[in-house]
Design a protein around this ligand. Structure first.
Ligand code: IYR
Length: 224
């Protein structure tokens, strides 16, 4: 007898192994086309696509299924301008010394600097927040568990969903990020986790050679 309420697993699909192989190959080929870009076009992206991708992110597993995340999707030009202004202000401090030599050296091959025009040009910015307290219902205020892990997984789902929908993305973590709480009107219970930029690439979008170097299977995995 089950000690908890549950229902049968009814939506699992068992594919023939040949099809599994083909699917795993096709997914690998598709996700290999995801690149962080830093030059976005201002071409509009319908809200419904972003809503679907956020709902997909919300299906991620989380500690005790508390779903300790909030996604603030910004398309208002005025608000994007505020994000750009404040992010660039923090980034100037970072690039002008706060980062330290080793960090700046590590970033050189990416060609990044304090200028973030894409924060204003891209059609969507999605600010992701983690929640210290919560629960299975949005209004709960219980302890959340494995918050960082949970929000990281949901962010991965979101990046994958956006790519799958046909959008380019960039992960951005201005330091500090607390200014996003104010702009997005999120309270003390939440911590800005990451800012995702989503949209179409500009015609001049490039991939830094450094970003194309991906470790081989042997380097990232072992099989026992
Ligand atoms: N947040 C800064 C710096 C930066 C840091 C890392 I680690 C990167 O992989 C890329 C950039 C910026 O966005 O420029």
């Amino acid at each position: 007898m089950q000690k908890h309420d549950c229902s049968p697993l009814s939506d699992f699909i068992e594919y023939p192994q040949e099809e599994m192989l083909a699917r795993s190959q096709a997914f690998l080929a598709d996700i290999s086309r995801r690149h962080s870009i830093r030059s976005f076009s201002d071409k509009a992206v319908p809200k419904e696509i972003i809503e679907n991708c956020i709902m997909a992110a919300g299906k991620a597993p989380s500690g005790a299924n508390h779903q300790p995340w909030h996604f603030c999707a910004i398309s208002s030009h005025e608000i994007k301008q505020q994000v750009r202004e404040q992010a660039e202000q923090h980034e100037r401090g970072f690039y002008d010394g706060r980062a330290g030599e080793e960090w700046l050296d590590a970033l050189k091959p990416l060609g990044t600097d304090a200028e973030k025009p894409y924060l204003e040009h891209a059609p969507w910015l999605i600010a992701i927040f983690s929640q210290k307290k919560g629960g299975i219902h949005a209004e709960d205020k219980n302890t959340n568990y494995y918050v960082h892990e949970s929000v990281g997984i949901a962010t991965g789902f979101l990046i994958t969903a956006l790519h799958n929908a046909g959008l380019a993305t960039l992960t951005h973590t201005p330091k500090p990020m607390s200014f996003l709480n104010k702009i997005c009107q999120r309270g003390d219970n939440e911590r800005a986790y990451m800012l995702l930029i989503a949209g179409y690439p500009a015609e001049d979008a490039t991939i830094p050679a450094h970003a194309s170097v991906k470790k081989s299977l042997d380097e990232i995995a072992s099989f026992l």
